[in-house]
Ligand binder design. Structure first.
Ligand code: HEC
Length: 109
């Protein structure tokens, strides 16, 4: 009986923990690339720093955004949600999962 209860406990902890750890920064970069190609690529080069409508995003993996801000999950998320300076606000245009995915992809550029 005690054993069974221990397993139930372990299992429920695992079930609660997974979504918590999945909350941030674990997006699927491959899915993010597809989204990028349809929604961001019109304005951003992924393979160079050359400006299109927005700045080229190549080099983000080295730690800095084109603005000079640190390339953190939080900064890219804020940029996505708020847009500005010619970039649309994506806050309500894409889902939270899509944001995680596209951020994961942008971090590889
Ligand atoms: C209509 C054009 C347009 C689209 C579409 C667009 N952006 Fe942008 N983006 C811009 C412009 C313009 C800037 C520069 C804003 C500035 O300098 O203030 C920018 C800036 C950025 C930056 C740099 C922020 C920084 O701090 O340097 C990132 C990262 C970025 N966009 C990601 C994305 C992603 C990801 C998408 C797709 C979900 C996207 N953008 C879609 C125009 C666009």
């Amino acid at each position: 009986m005690i054993r069974l209860m221990t397993w139930v406990l372990v299992l429920s902890v695992a079930l609660v923990a997974v979504p918590v750890f999945a909350a941030e920064g674990d997006g699927d970069a491959a899915a993010g690339k597809q989204l990028f190609d349809t929604k961001c690529g019109i304005c951003h080069n992924a393979d160079s720093k050359e400006k299109k409508i927005g700045p080229g995003l190549q080099g983000i993996k080295d730690g800095k955004l084109p603005s000079g801000k640190d390339a953190t999950y939080e900064n890219v998320l804020q940029n996505l949600n708020e847009g500005g300076g010619g970039m649309p606000a994506f806050e309500k245009l894409i889902t939270a999962e899509e944001k995680d995915n596209v951020i994961a992809y942008v971090m590889t550029l």
